[in-house]
Ligand binder design. Structure first.
Ligand code: NDP
Ligand code: MG
Length: 381
């Protein structure tokens, strides 16, 4: 079990649950970061007394600095401040920032040699090869926090040769709109889209679950994490979110990980790997569920899944492009400025029109991110 930890995005849904797990196992918190919610961050600083804390928004950072002037925590600001926290040298850095804003901090933590507990899926979607290569060069492990990837990681324990794996099966809850056709989704509201059947999560990923873009992003994340081609990764709709994902082996034996839908299990496993300890999570009583159901996704209505699959297969900057279109469109939808189906439309347009290259740098990733966000906003106006 790791003893010292930095939590990036500590004020969010995953961040606050990670701190709960860390507290239960007496881990020392070295650094905390947020974007702007300084009230929550102030409480966390007083409770965990980290060496440093960063707030991405400059004005909010100045406010926090005044509020915690009586503590020994050094307050940093801006994206550079967040990166400095990522480089604090903690044994592990848990990255639960939302969006591509998490990419540079993951790379900074890798450079500092910390183990990465990765919730920020956009890191691997946008940075893919760059991140995997950096981790290999530094000998750093990237341990998944995302529940599906944690389930696959757990189901792969004991697998001595990846060649024996036939298929990874990512389960999907299907989100609030599963079973509805395209025409029935034209006028759904933000409020309806934010009502996830099984999980309580941050707003961006909750909308991603409603469009099922989340599963597309997870497919790309799984491909990088487990070095699997996209055609060996399947999606299975499982409404109850009890089976968190499965691995099918050469002999058609299937190993899965089950548990109640509670992120504190995958968070804790990433921090205590390869050991297991008591957790704050409720026992799974399968009899309570009576039936577990499985269905194929409706790829036509939830087109984002295959748009992501195609982006990964095309490679280059395409995954970063579809991610950028989604981040922008997701935000515009939450602001009430566009309709629900505009999100998948924007993702499709980005895949169609992005200018990619095979050999690219981190700067190219940020450049395509800026460009596609700009184009998406113009497209949807
Ligand atoms: P939240 O929106 O709840 O939290 C996001 C965190 O990131 C907050 O601390 C927020 O700060 C911070 N943040 C936002 N924007 C920036 C920025 N530009 N720079 C620095 N920090 C920023 O998200 P979740 O916890 O739901 O999700 C976090 C990540 O984990 C996402 O990538 C998501 O896909 C992934 N994930 C989440 C799951 C969940 O159950 N929630 C499950 C699996 C994966 P502030 O509070 O100040 O805004
Ligand atoms: Mg997930």
């Amino acid at each position: 079990m790791i003893k010292s930890l930095a939590v990036l995005g500590s004020t969010g849904s995953i961040g606050t649950q990670a701190l709960e797990v860390a507290q239960m196992h007496s881990m020392k918190i070295e650094a905390l970061t947020a974007n702007s919610r300084t009230d929550i961050l102030e409480n966390q600083i007083r409770k965990f007394n980290p060496k440093m804390a960063a707030v991405a928004d400059e004005k909010a950072a100045a406010d926090l600095k005044t509020r915690v002037a009586d503590t020994s925590t050094k307050v940093l600001s801006g994206a550079d401040g967040v990166k400095e926290c990522a480089s604090c040298g903690a044994e592990a850095v848990l990255n639960s920032i939302v969006g591509i804003a998490g990419l540079a901090p993951t790379l900074a933590a890798i450079e500092a040699g910390s183990t990465i507990a990765l919730a920020n899926k956009e890191t691997l979607v946008t940075g893919g090869r760059i991140v995997i290569d950096a981790a290999a060069r530094k000998g750093v492990s990237i341990l998944p926090v995302d529940s599906e990837h944690s389930a696959i990681f757990q189901s792969l324990q004991g697998c001595r040769d990846k060649k024996q794996v036939k298929r990874l099966i990512l389960t999907a809850s299907g989100g609030p709109f599963f079973g509805r056709r395209k025409e029935e989704l034209v006028n759904v509201t933000v409020e309806q889209a934010l009502k996830h059947p099984n999980w309580s999560m941050g707003a961006k990923i909750t909308i991603d679950s409603a469009t099922m873009m989340n599963k597309g992003l997870e497919l790309i994340e799984a491909a990088w994490l487990f070095s699997m081609p996209a055609d060996k990764i399947d999606i299975l709709v499982h409404r109850q979110s009890v089976i968190h994902s499965l691995v099918e082996y050469e002999d058609n034996s299937v190993i899965a990980q089950l548990g109640v839908p509670d992120m504190r299990i995958p968070i804790q496993y990433a921090l205590t790997y390869p050991d297991r300890f008591e957790s704050p999570v409720k026992q799974l009583d399968l009899a309570e569920f009576a039936t577990l159901t499985f269905e194929k996704p409706d790829y036509e209505t939830f087109s984002c899944i295959n748009l992501c699959r195609r982006a990964f297969e095309k490679g280059g900057l395409y995954p970063a492009a579809v991610n950028a279109a989604n981040e922008k469109a997701n935000e515009l939808f939450r602001q009430g400025k566009i309709k629900f189906m505009d999100i998948s439309y924007a993702v499709g347009e980005a895949l169609e029109n992005a200018e990619s290259k095979d050999d690219f740098s981190l700067e190219d990733v940020f450049e395509i991110d800026r460009k596609i966000r700009f184009d998406t906003e113009r497209l949807l106006k």
